[in-house]
Design a protein around this ligand. Structure first.
Ligand SMILES: O=P(O)(O)OC[C@H]1O[C@H](OP(=O)(O)OP(=O)(O)O)[C@H](O)[C@@H]1O
Ligand SMILES: Nc1nc2[nH]cnc2c(=O)[nH]1
Length: 176
């Protein structure tokens, strides 16, 4: 599996159009989740034709799914959220541990709404149910890297999204 930079750009443009339509007249705060969603968040924000506010959060999650420990906020946002419309932007929804925890924490701050936009949704997003309002692509459970997403902290700078072939950790080079 490979998602080319062109496929990603086309999808991001359409997501931006949808978000522009859905948030007309609202006070939209976009929160990108570091580090994986940094590239996607910036591209998505540029595809939205509204005066959005951008902020960043970082969450550390040890273990996933039923074995997950409690996630921790490594970096909090600076924006006040009371009465505002929050859109969390994530690169991957896998078990849902990260997003379900972050959405619950942000809801405690009395925003008008909290939704999320994920670029990639994996099939096992069931451990902690999360219903993203926007999804870029539904993908298989294979490990992926590129377009901000890492393999062992590397490859975030690739323009395409590649499948990582374990255990060699070679990146897929062609569509299949
Ligand atoms: O749905 P989940 O099972 O919680 O998995 C999804 C999370 O895992 C990855 O983050 P990671 O912890 O690798 O950090 P990073 O964004 O800094 O790469 C990804 O960026 C999501 O945040
Ligand atoms: N980097 C990376 N993190 C993940 N977290 C859950 N799935 C993935 C993946 O495919 N790649």
């Amino acid at each position: 599996m490979i998602l080319t930079s062109q496929q990603i750009a086309n999808r991001v443009r359409r997501l931006g159009t949808e978000i522009t339509r859905d948030y007309q007249g609202r006070d939209l705060v976009i929160i990108g989740v570091l580090k994986g969603a940094a590239t996607f968040t910036v591209d998505l924000a540029r595809a939205i034709d509204l005066p959005v506010v951008m902020d960043w959060a970082a969450v550390s999650t040890y273990g996933r799914g039923s074995t997950a420990g409690t996630p921790r906020l490594l970096k909090d946002i600076g924006e006040e959220l009371t009465g505002r419309d929050v859109l969390i932007v994530e690169d991957i929804l896998d078990t849902g541990t990260t997003l379900s925890w972050l959405m619950a924490r942000l809801r405690e701050r009395a925003p008008a709404s909290v939704n999320c936009c994920v670029l990639l949704r994996k099939p096992h997003a069931v451990a902690k149910p999360v219903e993203p309002r926007y999804v870029g692509f539904d993908i298989t459970e294979h490990w992926v890297a590129g377009y901000g997403i890492d393999y062992a902290e590397r490859h975030r700078n690739l323009g395409d999204i590649h499948e990582v072939r374990l255990p060699s950790a070679a990146l897929s080079a062609s569509s299949s």
